[in-house]
Design a protein around this ligand. Structure first.
Ligand code: FES
Ligand code: FES
Length: 166
Protein backbone atom coordinates (compact mmCIF):
# COMPACT_ATOMS: atom_id res chain seq x y z
CA UNK A 1 0.00 0.00 0.00
CA UNK A 2 1.35 3.45 -0.96
CA UNK A 3 1.29 5.81 1.97
CA UNK A 4 0.34 9.44 1.43
CA UNK A 5 3.91 10.42 2.24
CA UNK A 6 5.37 8.08 -0.37
CA UNK A 7 2.87 9.23 -2.97
CA UNK A 8 4.04 12.82 -2.62
CA UNK A 9 7.34 12.14 -4.36
CA UNK A 10 8.08 10.31 -7.56
CA UNK A 11 11.17 8.84 -9.15
CA UNK A 12 11.92 10.39 -12.52
CA UNK A 13 14.30 8.96 -15.04
CA UNK A 14 14.80 10.78 -18.31
CA UNK A 15 17.35 11.77 -20.91
CA UNK A 16 18.13 15.47 -20.59
CA UNK A 17 20.22 17.09 -23.33
CA UNK A 18 21.59 13.66 -24.14
CA UNK A 19 22.50 12.77 -20.56
CA UNK A 20 20.66 10.21 -18.46
CA UNK A 21 19.18 11.80 -15.34
CA UNK A 22 17.62 10.00 -12.38
CA UNK A 23 16.02 12.14 -9.69
CA UNK A 24 13.20 12.26 -7.22
CA UNK A 25 10.72 15.11 -7.26
CA UNK A 26 7.38 16.07 -5.75
CA UNK A 27 4.67 14.40 -7.78
CA UNK A 28 3.09 17.73 -8.69
CA UNK A 29 6.31 19.55 -9.55
CA UNK A 30 6.17 21.27 -12.92
CA UNK A 31 8.66 20.15 -15.53
CA UNK A 32 9.89 23.77 -15.81
CA UNK A 33 10.68 23.87 -12.07
CA UNK A 34 12.24 20.41 -12.19
CA UNK A 35 14.54 21.43 -15.03
CA UNK A 36 15.59 24.68 -13.35
CA UNK A 37 15.66 23.78 -9.67
CA UNK A 38 16.52 20.09 -9.64
CA UNK A 39 18.61 19.83 -12.79
CA UNK A 40 20.12 23.32 -12.80
CA UNK A 41 18.92 24.07 -16.33
CA UNK A 42 18.36 27.78 -15.81
CA UNK A 43 18.41 28.30 -19.56
CA UNK A 44 14.78 27.15 -19.33
CA UNK A 45 13.11 30.51 -18.72
CA UNK A 46 9.85 30.87 -16.84
CA UNK A 47 7.54 33.79 -17.49
CA UNK A 48 3.78 33.43 -17.15
CA UNK A 49 3.69 29.85 -15.79
CA UNK A 50 0.29 29.53 -17.48
CA UNK A 51 1.16 28.33 -20.97
CA UNK A 52 0.82 31.75 -22.57
CA UNK A 53 4.26 33.30 -23.18
CA UNK A 54 6.19 30.32 -24.59
CA UNK A 55 9.38 31.21 -22.71
CA UNK A 56 9.60 27.79 -21.04
CA UNK A 57 9.37 25.80 -24.28
CA UNK A 58 11.63 22.74 -24.46
CA UNK A 59 11.60 19.75 -26.79
CA UNK A 60 10.12 16.53 -25.47
CA UNK A 61 10.74 13.61 -27.81
CA UNK A 62 11.39 16.15 -30.52
CA UNK A 63 8.17 18.12 -30.04
CA UNK A 64 7.99 21.66 -28.66
CA UNK A 65 6.33 21.58 -25.25
CA UNK A 66 5.61 24.31 -22.70
CA UNK A 67 7.32 22.88 -19.68
CA UNK A 68 5.12 24.91 -17.30
CA UNK A 69 2.11 22.94 -18.51
CA UNK A 70 3.57 19.53 -17.79
CA UNK A 71 4.42 17.74 -14.57
CA UNK A 72 7.97 16.48 -14.27
CA UNK A 73 6.69 12.94 -13.71
CA UNK A 74 5.08 13.04 -17.14
CA UNK A 75 8.58 13.33 -18.62
CA UNK A 76 9.63 10.07 -17.00
CA UNK A 77 11.12 7.80 -19.66
CA UNK A 78 11.25 10.55 -22.29
CA UNK A 79 13.89 12.65 -24.04
CA UNK A 80 13.90 16.26 -22.96
CA UNK A 81 16.07 18.79 -24.77
CA UNK A 82 16.70 22.38 -23.78
CA UNK A 83 18.28 25.09 -25.88
CA UNK A 84 21.65 23.91 -24.53
CA UNK A 85 21.45 20.88 -26.80
CA UNK A 86 21.41 23.02 -29.96
CA UNK A 87 24.92 24.37 -29.74
CA UNK A 88 27.45 25.94 -27.43
CA UNK A 89 28.92 29.40 -26.93
CA UNK A 90 31.90 28.37 -29.04
CA UNK A 91 29.93 26.43 -31.61
CA UNK A 92 26.53 27.92 -32.33
CA UNK A 93 23.99 25.91 -34.27
CA UNK A 94 22.98 27.33 -37.69
CA UNK A 95 19.77 28.70 -36.14
CA UNK A 96 21.60 30.29 -33.22
CA UNK A 97 24.12 31.79 -35.65
CA UNK A 98 21.32 33.25 -37.71
CA UNK A 99 19.76 34.81 -34.59
CA UNK A 100 23.14 36.29 -33.74
CA UNK A 101 23.67 37.68 -37.24
CA UNK A 102 20.18 39.21 -37.42
CA UNK A 103 20.28 40.64 -33.89
CA UNK A 104 17.13 38.62 -33.25
CA UNK A 105 17.28 39.07 -29.49
CA UNK A 106 17.64 41.88 -27.04
CA UNK A 107 17.14 40.82 -23.42
CA UNK A 108 17.08 37.17 -24.53
CA UNK A 109 14.34 36.12 -22.15
CA UNK A 110 12.11 34.66 -24.87
CA UNK A 111 14.99 33.33 -26.96
CA UNK A 112 15.51 29.77 -25.64
CA UNK A 113 11.83 28.97 -26.07
CA UNK A 114 11.70 30.47 -29.55
CA UNK A 115 14.85 28.62 -30.61
CA UNK A 116 13.36 25.31 -29.48
CA UNK A 117 10.13 25.90 -31.38
CA UNK A 118 11.93 27.24 -34.45
CA UNK A 119 14.32 24.28 -34.50
CA UNK A 120 11.44 21.80 -34.69
CA UNK A 121 9.61 24.04 -37.15
CA UNK A 122 12.56 24.14 -39.55
CA UNK A 123 13.01 20.38 -39.36
CA UNK A 124 9.40 20.05 -40.51
CA UNK A 125 9.35 23.09 -42.83
CA UNK A 126 12.74 23.31 -44.55
CA UNK A 127 11.42 25.91 -47.01
CA UNK A 128 8.90 27.94 -45.01
CA UNK A 129 6.97 30.99 -46.13
CA UNK A 130 7.10 34.16 -44.08
CA UNK A 131 3.48 33.58 -43.13
CA UNK A 132 4.32 30.11 -41.74
CA UNK A 133 7.17 31.53 -39.65
CA UNK A 134 4.87 34.24 -38.26
CA UNK A 135 2.27 31.59 -37.39
CA UNK A 136 4.91 29.48 -35.63
CA UNK A 137 5.88 32.53 -33.57
CA UNK A 138 2.27 33.17 -32.51
CA UNK A 139 2.87 30.99 -29.48
CA UNK A 140 5.76 33.15 -28.24
CA UNK A 141 5.69 36.57 -26.66
CA UNK A 142 8.70 38.85 -27.07
CA UNK A 143 8.60 42.25 -25.43
CA UNK A 144 11.77 43.59 -27.05
CA UNK A 145 12.44 42.85 -30.70
CA UNK A 146 9.24 43.60 -32.56
CA UNK A 147 9.61 40.10 -34.11
CA UNK A 148 10.92 41.33 -37.51
CA UNK A 149 14.49 40.26 -36.81
CA UNK A 150 13.33 36.90 -35.46
CA UNK A 151 11.31 36.17 -38.60
CA UNK A 152 14.28 37.17 -40.76
CA UNK A 153 16.62 34.94 -38.73
CA UNK A 154 14.40 31.89 -39.15
CA UNK A 155 13.85 32.53 -42.87
CA UNK A 156 17.53 33.14 -43.47
CA UNK A 157 18.50 29.97 -41.64
CA UNK A 158 16.12 28.01 -43.87
CA UNK A 159 17.59 29.69 -46.97
CA UNK A 160 21.15 28.93 -45.86
CA UNK A 161 20.18 25.30 -45.25
CA UNK A 162 18.82 25.12 -48.78
CA UNK A 163 21.99 26.64 -50.22
CA UNK A 164 24.07 24.01 -48.46
CA UNK A 165 21.98 21.13 -49.87
CA UNK A 166 24.00 19.50 -52.68
S1 FES B 1 6.23 30.19 -18.59
FE1 FES B 1 5.41 28.54 -19.69
S2 FES B 1 4.27 29.45 -21.29
FE2 FES B 1 4.94 31.13 -20.06
S1 FES C 1 14.33 39.51 -26.60
FE1 FES C 1 13.48 40.31 -24.76
S2 FES C 1 11.61 39.23 -24.57
FE2 FES C 1 12.32 38.67 -26.50
Amino acid sequence: MITHKAAERAAISLTLDGVHVKEEAPARMLLSDFLRQTCGKTEVHVGCEHGVCGACTVRVDGRPVRSCLMFAVQADGHNVDTVASLGSRDELSPLQRSFHEHHALQCGFCTPGILNSAQVFLEEHPDPSEREVVEMLCGHLCRCTGYRAIVDAVLDCARAGKDETP
